[in-house]
Write a protein that binds this ligand. Sequence first.
Ligand code: ZN
Ligand code: ZN
Length: 394
Amino acid sequence: MPRDYYEVLGLERSATLQQIKSAYRKLAVRHHPDRNPGDSGAEEKFKEAAAAYAVLSDPEKRRRYDRFGHQAAPSGGGFDPSTFADFSDILGDVFGDIFGNRAGGRRRRAGADLRYDLPLSFEEAAFGVAPKLRIPRLEHCDTCGGNGSAPGSGPTACRVCHGRGQVQFSQGFFSVARTCPDCRGTGTVIRDPCVDCGGRGLTERQRSIQVRVPAGVDSGSRLRLPGEGEHGRHGGPPGDLFVVIDVEPHERFVRRGADVLSSVTVGYPQAVLGCTMEVETIHGTSSLKVPPATEHGSTFLLKSQGIPRVDGRGRGNHIVEVRLEVPAPRDLSERELEHVRALAELNEDGHGTAGAATREARSVLDRVIAFFTGSGQKTGPADGAKRAERSSEA
Ligand SMILES: [Zn+2]
Ligand SMILES: [Zn+2]
């Protein structure tokens, strides 16, 4: 017959949960096998304290123990394997703090983190969306409650490590603790595996989860959903779910951070005289004043017409680039061509610097045309052209 649990922990029967915890911690630290290698007396005391704690720290088990004594405990002499979990948590706390070796005493492993790549349209990323995702993940098996044993049976303490999850090796003066190879650190073995999960304690399920994606996310943004990852083995806590955003490109808009870029085309007359244009932004249309003498490639800012910042601090801007459209002669009507020719003749008559500027522009245009039609290739690559320029300067 085991010793009375209160006696083991040195407590009155009226002890509070806090007193039980602290008494157990004291004993666990004093008698822990890592600190008393090869001392079987200490090991026995350690296990005795753990068994007492396992029962007295659980209100339901304690009530039963108070009424029926050791007869109340389930099979296995009062060492209920289902409390291993809490037990290891306490140990993890105690020894994690004292020896700085958290991994050593852990029996429950957290489940794996999951990654879900979520493609979003340009607008969904800009304004936010709440899609329902279907996540395949490992969850605790309902049949066995996650412990991996067939109903009616339960995991039993590992015989190799006596439920500690670790085994001791002596190397010279040192004693080294290692994860038990038999139970792989869990401290328990499954004699009669659950048929539904094959003893893993986990089954694959489709989890449906609604994710609120805030406005302003961009490609590469990661949303972390704590606890939505896979469940851990042996009742271990779940991992996290990471939703990684991938924003599809837009036909007309380019995104740069919270700013949106787009372009408008104007003809030569509008560029010279200036005009007012309707510009499409993600918030609708906005009016843009193009000033006279606007050059090709000029940019204009539509303030706060961009994407909401993901931190909620206002919006980015919409940046409009003005492109000068130069039509091909065949795309112009005879009347338009007449006007263009008239304009060219007017300029070639040489109205001071304006005429010179136009001639220069025409020679630039000629070179551009030559390049695109391929006739420029005959004079050789860009290098050759540079050399020719240099020699003409000399
Ligand atoms: Zn199962
Ligand atoms: Zn073991």
